[in-house]
Design a protein around this ligand. Structure first.
Ligand SMILES: [Cu+2]
Length: 283
């Protein structure tokens, strides 16, 4: 009872806040991370995400129309065929026209849903002629990003609670070295794992790809606006599963070029080759 009362009080305090968040989210003002009391998806940040959201809205309209039609039909049947209106009930058992209709109409609706659904599925599956490639390799519990065209590799680990800068960072989402990408570029993302199964999951980009040891899975992203977009590994990958977030910074081409120049110097010394008996690897 105590808990219930606490819940009611908390709800009361948060109602206005929740309403503001809902309105802001619905209007697309929040781009990158989950919000308290969020009731809608994160705003789309890539061209694929834009398409998926359009499809989502289209399906919602369709669902609303079908639900309203079924509800209307139920109300009509309840009134029209109630016992007091039918002292001598009809003995009808079959109606060929209605039976054909209630089979054919759902099939047509499914086809109407399937065509755009498959179109988006194939569109989002893999990029055609990507302009750059990034390989994201998961390990317990951090990400390693390889800019394969630039010979640049670095690790990305979560910022610990005591090191969080509350003005710019979010605990459990912010990392020391974010994945920086230019907007308007078609980026191929290759996802792999060094150990157990992980996932590269960035909701606002509508990417959710498993990282599996010995396999390379593929996705792609092309950001439409600058911003910081967060994601998380959503496979239960071990004790610190919640401590390997993904932080993507989408910036202008000029800012990306400047970052790349700095990153090449910064990370050049950081990653020494791993020495093994027969020579060196990781070069
Ligand atoms: Cu993981």
């Amino acid at each position: 009872m105590k808990q219930f009362r606490h819940l009611i009080e908390t709800c009361g305090k948060r109602t206005s806040c929740a309403l503001a968040v809902f309105l802001a989210t619905a209007s697309g003002a929040i781009a990158s991370q989950p919000q308290p009391w969020q009731t809608y998806t994160q705003a789309p940040s890539t061209v694929v995400a834009d398409q998926v959201m359009l499809f989502h809205d289209y399906l919602n309209v369709l669902i609303f129309v079908i639900s309203a039609f079924v509800l209307g039909l139920l109300v009509y049947v309840c009134i029209r065929f109630k016992a007091s209106n039918n002292p001598n009930p009809s003995k009808t058992t079959h109606n060929t026209l209605i039976e054909v209709l209630w089979t054919a109409v759902p099939v047509i609706i499914l086809v109407i849903v399937a065509i755009p659904s498959f179109k988006i599925l194939y569109y989002s599956d893999r990029s055609v002629d990507p302009e750059m490639t990034i390989k994201a390799t998961a390990s317990q519990w951090f990400w390693t990003y390889d800019y394969t065209d630039e010979n640049l590799t670095f690790d990305s680990t979560m910022v610990e609670k005591e090191d969080i800068d509350k003005t710019t960072q979010t605990y459990l989402l912010s990392v020391d070295n974010p994945l920086v990408v230019p907007i308007g570029k078609r980026i191929q993302v290759l996802v792999a794992s060094n150990d157990v199964m992980h996932a590269f999951f960035v909701p606002s980009a509508v990417i959710n790809i498993y990282g599996i040891a010995g396999r390379i899975n593929e996705a792609w992203m092309e950001f439409t606006k600058e911003g910081t977009y967060y994601g998380q590994c959503n496979q239960i990958c071990g004790m610190n599963h919640s401590s390997m977030p993904i932080e993507v910074k989408a910036v202008s081409q000029d800012a990306y070029d400047a970052w790349l120049k700095e990153a090449k110097v910064k990370f050049a010394a950081a990653r020494a080759p791993i020495r093994v008996a027969s020579g060196t690897i990781n070069e």
